[in-house]
Write a protein that binds this ligand. Sequence first.
Ligand code: GRF
Length: 200
Amino acid sequence: MKRVAVLASGRGSNFQALIDAAGSGYFPASIARLITDNPDAFAIRRAKDAGIPVTVLDFASYRGRTEYEAALLEEMEECDPDLFVLAGYMRILPAAVVRAFPGRIINIHPALLPSFPGLHGPRQAIGYGVKVAGCTVHFVDEGTDTGPIIIQRCVPVEEEDDEESLAARILVEEHRVLAEAVRLFLEDRLRIAGRRVIVR
Ligand code: GRF
């Protein structure tokens, strides 16, 4: 059985979507561990309810970023799953971590990249006035939200939308595409060719 580890910092609804997908046999893997930088993350509760081990690397308890990042790398190496999923993990992964797991880390982002990278994708989309928004699952490289794209899904932006209503509409699609991307990865159907991801 393949193993997936998830990094999340907050609410964890995408993490929950993966727990549910694994539980229903949608993809052939178990969720082996949750790693979080936030001791108050609701994701921890979800992990406990599902019997998934949790590692809390409380950023505040380290002397600085370098120490935190060394602990994170060590934890990830020890866990060594087939795939890491960033599901609302709110820190930039250090280059050393990205290099340690080439092609084995994916991220979900609430915008149609390369538009609106970084924080607050839905807010940026509303602010810009786009008519179509969406989400992206991509491999993680050393940039911020710049890695090769696996799946994107769009949703309409309605005139009465605010950040919250748009984010909620996008989130529904996030849960679907994230599980789908994990499944494609675990079934060995993704090949990275430069910037493009070929899906077989
Ligand atoms: C999601 O919108 C995800 O795309 C972004 O942060 C949010 C996390 O939501 N990176 P949740 O914690 O999965 O509910």
